[in-house]
Design a binder for this molecule. Structure first.
Ligand SMILES: [Zn+2]
Length: 452
């Protein structure tokens, strides 16, 4: 009886490498992860775990690299339906002439299917948690619950009427209802998400802060994304966006600032003292020519900096593995120093720091006993990943999302051998093509005029 005296576990995942991202950054090769239901119970050398546990199921990847599932700290998932609709434009023209008009016509059905499309892309490329800011957040949450991914969702709030809830006061009520509905959901957290300082009055921001405190959740907003935003804020309020939030009493541990590109030294000092977090979105910042966030300096000051893709219309994908590569290289060229932001730090931003800025560090972000089973497996059995000298290097600089083979969220296998298991990809793609129909006719008309 080979299993005599062994402890029963529900699942054992084995691989050539296990990157734990625990505080000691332990690596096991070969290694394994044991789970009981939704929880990790052990991580260690393969032989040790095989000797100790009798698993009901084994997922065996002799050429697999096992790592924590990735955490996308800022996106607008349903914008996957706007991918490629308008590119190569300045931010204000892109937003005002293309994105806002397209968004003024959307509804809950559009957001639901757009989110499912994005979840398919995220799961298949190793993302297990995403932070979403969008309209019709109730429909985002519905898509999240159905697909089994983990998410922090929030209705985007601003001073003008929304196609979802109407006037701003109704948006606060809508957010509060969402907080109540999902208070005890194992996969969904609700955050309060005012859009930015240039679209939200100080009164609205204060009300958002109160709501975040009442429900003990995050306050998430775009902040200091461009030099123009900082100049406008200074002209209107006599302070930088960071200084403005400080004066309003909103610069604290609840704050997750998306982008944080244009920061003065005083801003950085204030931010570091606040214990707030940053979601760095390098590809969006590059594509919209917003600037380069001072990531290395923020990390030095102890600010937790996580990684986000931003929406698909300004990236143009949700591949966090590529985003790690870009984040590392952008800081190297920015600092003119190849030693800054090394590969393990890039992975830490997309895992441990992501969990921390969302207040989820007791649930996800590392392969540690007691945390939830949010895990990805990379298929190393490929020309661009063979031979392997350093697993961090391959994951950050050589792999892409397409190399993800298997993904678990909350101990449940949602991607197995590159196939989604929890929902129908064909149906999702068909609905995406259908929903894009009206926009496509208009776009094709415009394309001809751009050829000259
Ligand atoms: Zn954004």
């Amino acid at each position: 009886m080979a299993n005599l005296g062994k402890e029963p576990v529900s699942l054992l995942i084995t691989g050539a490498w296990v990157l734990t991202m625990n505080p000691q950054q332990e690596v096991f090769s070969p290694g394994a992860v044991a789970l009981v239901d939704d929880q990790i119970v052990a991580v260690g050398p393969l032989a040790e775990l095989q000797a100790r546990y009798a698993p009901a199921q084994v997922l065996d990847y002799p050429q697999g690299l096992i790592a924590p599932g990735l955490i996308n700290a800022h996106t607008h998932a349903a914008m996957a339906l706007f991918r490629g609709l308008a590119d190569d434009l300045p931010l204000d023209e892109w937003l005002n002439n293309y994105i806002f008009p397209a968004e003024s016509r959307i509804n809950g059905d559009f957001v639901y299917w757009g989110t499912k499309l994005a979840v398919a892309e995220m799961l298949l490329s190793g993302t297990t948690t995403f932070t979403d800011m969008y309209l019709f957040a109730g429909d985002v949450a519905r898509a999240v619950a159905e697909t089994g991914i983990r998410a922090v969702v929030g209705e985007v709030l601003y001073d003008f009427p929304s196609p979802n809830y109407g006037p701003p006061a109704a948006g606060l009520k809508y957010s509060e209802d969402l907080c109540r509905t999902y208070q005890d959901h194992p996969l969904i957290q609700v955050a309060i998400q005012p859009h930015a300082v240039y679209t939200c009055s100080p009164e609205l921001l204060l009300q958002c802060g109160e709501l975040a405190e009442k429900y003990d959740t995050r306050l998430i907003m775009h902040l200091s994304e461009t030099p123009q935003e900082v100049r406008d804020c200074q002209a209107k309020y006599g302070a930088t966006p960071v200084g403005h939030l400080y004066r309003l009493g909103l610069l604290n541990h609840r704050l997750l600032a998306d982008h944080a590109v244009e920061l003065s030294v005083a801003d950085r000092m204030l931010f570091a003292a606040s214990r707030g977090g940053v979601a760095h979105c390098p590809e969006s910042n590059m594509k919209l020519a917003s600037g380069i966030a001072p990531v290395v300096d923020l990390l030095k000051r102890g600010v937790p900096v996580a990684l986000g893709t931003d929406g698909c219309a300004s990236n143009n994908n949700l591949d966090l593995i590529q985003e790690m590569d870009t984040a590392a290289k952008l800081q190297k060229v920015h600092c003119q120093d190849p030693t800054v932001l090394p590969a393990p730090t890039a992975l830490k931003m997309a895992t441990v720091n992501g969990a921390r800025v969302l207040g989820l560090q007791d649930q996800v972000g590392a392969l540690v006993p007691g945390l939830k089973g949010d895990i990805m497996v990379i298929d190393l059995d490929q020309p661009h990943l063979t031979p392997l000298y350093d697993p961090y290097s391959h994951l950050v600089y050589a792999a892409t999302g397409a190399d993800v083979q298997t993904v678990l969220v909350h101990g449940r296998v949602l991607v197995q051998d590159r196939c989604l298991t929890s929902f129908d990809l064909e149906e999702t793609l068909a609905r995406a093509r259908e929903l894009a129909g009206g926009l496509l006719a208009k776009k094709v008309g415009n394309l001809a005029s751009r050829l000259g």
